[in-house]
Design a protein. Structure first.
Length: 629
């Protein structure tokens, strides 16, 4: 892969401060942000994580993997112990995984860091994947019957992760969706949306019932799990309403209010934003949701479709600490509100409104996607909100719009390492617009586009093909796989959904439905078929969650079991020679995990390129809070 000498340094990289002269030269750039803002950016608040050790049994032994933390020294080495006996001959300085041949599936492992030649204490014990997967037991809520006599049960739906109890291990937050959940375009009553906090061993910390006045479906409840106040415990933020019951049994607003109309829509009554305690599920603070629905018809229709299209995310708007992003609307008017949670209080940082006097007529209306992305697109150390065919700056001002309209999917990353900065690939729903396009993420300048066509509902951009440098892009209505410059590369993959770093190399694999495949120019090769699991969200066929949540930098995939009694986690059984800091400490990737559950789920991307021929991965500059006892 070609990496020219004028590459912009990615913000907050420790390599800026400590890299060798040769590496500094590789990343030096005449296009750095004003006053060296990127280079001088403050370290970002990140989770204080444990080693996340896993042991994946393969039949011939165990692949032990663990996290290289952003707070570890660059030169840290590791020793692997089985039941107190070291199994590696010399300290491991390469990949943060080790294959122990001949060991049984129940073998107990810990890892010890070696810093400056001095061995440190034991890590947590490995999570055992004895059959290649780990089940986290879950319990479905009781079903019910809607006012029109329709019975429903519950299915496990989208999940997220965060350290809810401050012990250094990630926990799950799981949304339960009733079997009569609706897309906004369809009328009808739904059951309540239920959200659980769950430890990795299946212990349920709390259950929140959003109540009858929050309709169920992919576009209504976008939940964010993040440590917003830096106390070492993740909080959970969601839109709430009258009759929401928190994890301690307390009701928000009126317990008896029923704002549903005869079509099942909720178009009247108060709307709230609530921050819940990650350990207990208690509602810690509730404010009015911004923006209010106001006149329903002002959002594009009068029956309740467009007014209740919500998006959510998490962004480092000040460059150091995370803020909550809550939004409404994208087909016509789009409003984005940024909130800080500090000292047990909500403070609204800013509100962007495409219909305000400041933005009216500038092309920001109708540009939103069924998802959003968060990235520092202009290299100033602070995050922007990539909201479909437009981007909002860290200060709440519009940064750019292409005026190319709404779409289902978008991907932000260093998709073309041969040019400076980040890129953005997006598909279009409007048949009068280009079917897909790639833009400079800083300016919105369209770099290439494909022909106009029908509703192009799927699109992905990731480095899946070692034969071409950078990310390849493909979409439903396009006929070919495309290079970072838009050139045809031939056969496109068999799926257009998620991607995952799964095997031992640095190209990404195809994740679709309940399987993982390896792209090949002549055909795709199956690497994993999930056992007795199901995907979510209908034809979107997405997992409950996919990302680097345990072990080394490769990504786990989490599906619900077919009986909705467990979250089944798969972790890679493949050895690798590549050493990369846990992607959880790359804050662009970490916020990508946080917004993954938003509407039409999309996979996370890091702030730097991972792919064939990549240079040594950069180190993040992060700070971690004192862990809560």
């Amino acid at each position: 892969m070609h990496h020219p000498q004028n590459r912009i340094p990615r913000t907050r990289r420790r390599s800026i401060l400590i890299a060798t002269a040769a590496l500094c030269a590789m990343y030096a750039s005449p296009h750095a942000s004003p006053a060296g803002a990127a280079e001088a950016a403050a370290a970002r608040q990140a989770e204080r994580l444990d080693r996340g050790v896993v042991s994946v049994h393969t039949g011939t032994g165990n692949l032990v993997g663990w996290r290289w933390l952003g707070t570890d020294p660059d030169t840290v080495a590791f020793n692997v112990y089985r039941a107190g006996t070291k199994v590696n001959a010399t300290p491991l300085t390469g990949a943060t995984s080790y294959f122990h041949p001949g060991a049984p599936s129940h073998a107990d492992y810990t890892v010890r860091a070696v810093v400056g030649g001095v061995e440190q204490g034991d890590s947590v014990h490995a999570v055992q994947f004895r059959a290649g997967y780990k089940d986290v037991p879950i319990t479905p809520p009781a079903g019910g019957t809607t006012p029109d006599g329709v019975a429903y049960t519950y299915e496990a739906n989208d999940a997220s992760v965060g350290d809810l109890d401050g012990d250094g291990a990630l926990d799950f937050v799981l949304k339960w969706q009733p079997t009569n959940a609706k897309d906004n375009a369809h009328s009808g009553y739904t059951g309540n949306t239920i959200v659980d906090g769950i430890r990795l061993d299946g212990t349920r910390l709390w259950r929140i019932d959003l109540g009858r006045n929050i309709r169920s479906g992919a576009h209504y409840t976008q939940f964010q799990v993040y440590d917003y106040d830096g106390d070492g415990q993740a909080e959970v933020a969601m839109k709430t309403a009258d009759a929401t019951v928190d994890g301690t049994g307390r009701t928000i607003g009126s317990a008896s209010a029923d704002h549903r109309n005869s079509s099942g829509y909720v178009l009247t009554g108060p709307e709230y934003l609530t921050m819940f305690n990650g350990r207990t599920g208690a509602a810690m603070g509730t404010v009015d949701y911004v923006p209010a629905r106001g006149n329903v018809a002002s959002w594009g229709d009068s029956y309740g479709n467009r007014v209740d299209r919500f998006l959510a995310g998490t962004a480092y708007l000040d460059g150091a600490r995370p803020s909550l992003i809550m939004a409404r609307g994208y087909y016509t008017r789009s409003v984005i509100a940024a909130w800080d949670w500090r000292g047990g209080q909500f403070t609204r940082r800013w509100t962007f409104d495409s219909a305000s006097s400041t933005n009216a007529g500038k092309g920001y209306d109708g540009q939103g996607n069924h998802s959003l992305s968060v990235a520092d697109v202009d290299g100033d150390g602070r995050d922007e909100i990539v909201y479909g065919a437009m981007t909002v700056d860290d200060n709440g001002n519009g940064l750019w719009t292409t005026r190319l309209g709404h779409g289902d999917a978008g991907h932000v990353g260093d998709l073309n390492p041969a040019r400076a900065g980040l890129e953005y690939f997006k598909v279009s729903e409007d048949s009068s617009k280009p079917g897909s396009w790639m833009a400079d993420a800083r300016t919105g300048q369209v770099l290439w586009q494909t022909a106009t066509g029908g509703d192009n509902g799927r699109g992905v951009s990731a480095d899946i093909h070692a034969g071409s440098p950078g990310a390849e892009s493909w979409s439903a209505t396009d006929t070919t796989l495309r290079s970072p410059t838009g050139a045809s590369l031939g056969r496109k993959p068999s799926s257009i959904n998620f991607v995952s770093w799964w095997d031992g190399d640095t190209t990404r694999e195809l994740l679709d439905g309940t399987r993982i495949d390896k792209y090949g120019t002549g055909g795709d090769t199956r690497l994993l078929t999930g056992a007795s699991v199901a995907s979510n969200n209908g034809t979107k066929a997405t997992p409950a969650l996919s990302g680097d949540i345990l072990g080394d930098w490769r990504e786990e995939v989490v599906w619900r079991t077919s009986d909705n009694r467990a979250l089944r986690i798969y972790s890679t059984p493949y050895e690798t020679s590549t050493r990369i800091t846990t992607l959880l400490h790359d804050t662009m990737y970490r916020t990508g995990l946080a917004w993954q559950n938003t509407a039409y789920n999309q996979p996370p991307h890091p702030s730097f390129p991972i792919g064939a021929g990549m240079p040594t991965a950069p180190r993040p500059a992060v700070t971690t809070p004192v862990r809560t006892p």
